[in-house]
Write a protein that binds this ligand. Structure first.
Ligand code: BG6
Length: 499
């Protein structure tokens, strides 16, 4: 990690008039400013096609902060002064020369060393052009550090990701590239490592001797909203599985790193992804199921089916739901299925991981009417953040039977704990030069390699099961687990974990 003066830098946001900048980046930058993580010696240059003035841009930044949950303080005017705007044509060299001149001026005005961070928050088709022009026009100078933050999608399959990577690698070294996976900025995703490696009661059990299966669910109740144009070409597999879901799998499955450094952690995650059992196109149906949302009801309101959404092909066979069974073929995990499922227009917005432990060698308490409940460790990623442990206790009666008891720890229920937004944490890390919670190229490429086979099988057409909006996906997803003798644990805790 670099030193604290890394906070002295300029941040260039490509796509500064866009949705991501507005919803996530500006409020996060302001929060970092309020916390003193970035100080007087910083400047932000917003870059986009439209002709905006600095004042108009600053007004937009202010509005986006007002619309977020971030509280505005007396320092807001001083903060906004650090924001400048540059109308930009990504294909015109002169734009880059103007940017360079503006950065020099700002570095002088705010006494900033020439540490430059470039944030690509725009359509990926220009990432390569921008990176190479930044270099050819001398914007990535050699005095301070240069870092490139790059948003997903990082390609739409392995060949396109490789091409994009080659293009940006012409201008930036691997250690200068920060590929965003915003799930890695979530508090409880970062907590997976701590739960595993800081607790003597879990790590010894974290293997195929004691764990029977792992279930990761990331469900959303929203549909595709206004992103039909992008989503209809992507689908849930590319949109969620290739990145967020496989990242969670790698954190759960990795070996303990020998040190908590970026290189060691990434190297263990890469090894876990390398151990994923490859599946052939012919085998895909045995491991993965897909679905597409049909009309239904979400929280009492009728909602349309996917094919009637704006900018979606009325005959689309794009999946809005994926469930899969992953096997990690190494000594620790051989024989333990890791089930994943994700989709839009499901019952609830929720991300949860359930670790199901194996049964005891024999059940002393077994009576016909009492099947002992398996022990579960539940990691609540969102919206609630915390951990639950499902154990067995004695039923308070004379039957001598057992009953499941649930121990809950809720992170975001503690008064005064306001966990920072994923983007705030990731921006902070990038400014500090800590790439641990960003994806290395090897992770990206291994994930595409795994996912491409599934896409290939599904591109052939075939039947795409529908599921009612507001449900937990198609029946096929239940069958995927049922054929192994398991079932999905509920994502909504009714206090009941009965079998
Ligand atoms: C994004 C996907 O990466 O993650 C979206 O493109 C999805 O389709 C989103 O809605 C989910 O993120 P979160 O943080 O709301 O779970």
């Amino acid at each position: 990690m670099d030193n604290k003066s890394d906070g002295y830098c300029t941040l260039v946001i490509f796509g500064a008039t866009g949705d991501l900048a507005k919803r996530k980046l500006f409020p996060s930058i302001y929060n970092l400013y309020k916390k003193g993580e970035i100080c007087h010696n910083f400047a932000v240059v917003g870059v986009a096609r439209r002709e905006w003035s600095d004042e108009f841009f600053q007004e937009n930044v202010l509005n986006s902060i007002k619309e977020s949950k971030v509280e505005i303080g007396d320092d807001i005017d001083e903060f906004l002064e650090h924001f400048r705007y540059l109308a930009f044509d990504v294909t015109d060299k002169r734009s880059y020369q103007n940017l360079n001149a503006l950065l020099h001026n700002l570095e002088e005005e705010y006494h900033i060393p020439s540490n430059r961070m470039f944030y690509m928050a725009m359509a990926p088709k220009f990432f390569g052009t921008i990176a190479s022009s930044l270099k050819s026009e001398g914007v990535t100078n050699e005095k301070g550090w240069n870092r490139l933050i790059i948003e997903k999608p990082f390609g739409h399959d392995l060949p396109s990701a490789e091409q994009l990577n080659d293009e940006i690698r012409e201008a930036f070294r691997e250690d200068e590239i920060y590929r965003i996976d915003h799930y890695l900025g979530k508090e409880m995703v970062q907590n997976i490592e701590v739960i595993r490696f800081a607790n003597a009661i879990f790590e010894p059990l974290w293997n195929n001797r004691y764990i029977s299966n792992i279930q990761i669910t990331s469900s959303e109740s929203l549909g595709v909203e206004d992103r039909g144009g992008y989503y209809d070409h992507a689908g849930a597999l590319r949109d969620m599985v290739q990145n967020h879901m496989l990242q969670m799998v790698s954190l759960l499955a990795m070996e303990p790193p020998i040190r908590l450094t970026t290189e060691e952690i990434r190297s263990e995650k890469i090894k876990a992804l390398r151990a994923l059992r490859p599946i052939s196109v012919e085998e895909v149906d045995n491991y993965f199921v897909r679905g597409q949302y049909a009309p239904g009801e979400i929280k009492g309101e009728e909602v349309p089916g996917y094919r009637s959404e704006p900018n979606v092909d009325p005959e689309s066979i794009t999946e809005t739901f994926v469930a899969g069974k992953l096997m990690i073929d190494n000594f620790r995990w051989a024989g333990v299925p890791i089930y994943i499922r994700t989709g839009k227009r499901m019952t609830e917005k929720s991300t949860k991981i359930v670790i199901q432990f194996k049964e005891l060698p024999m059940n002393l308490y077994y009576k016909e009417e009492d099947q002992m409940h398996p022990n579960l460790l539940i990691i609540h990623i969102q919206p609630d953040e915390g951990i639950s442990l499902v154990l067995n206790g004695k039923k308070v009666d004379a039957t001598g039977l057992t009953t499941p008891v649930k121990l809950d720890y809720c992170n975001n229920c503690i008064d005064g704990v306001n966990t920072p937004e994923a983007y705030e944490k990731l921006l902070h890390d990038a400014i500090q030069g800590d790439a641990t919670n960003f994806t290395h190229w090897d992770e990206v490429s291994l994930s595409w390699q795994f996912v491409d086979v599934i896409s290939k099988a599904w591109e052939k057409g075939g039947h795409i099961p529908g599921y009612k909006s507001g449900s937990m996906g198609p029946e096929e997803s239940e069958q995927l687990l049922a054929k192994d003798g398991f079932k999905w644990w509920p994502i909504i805790d009714g206090g009941s974990y009965s079998i």
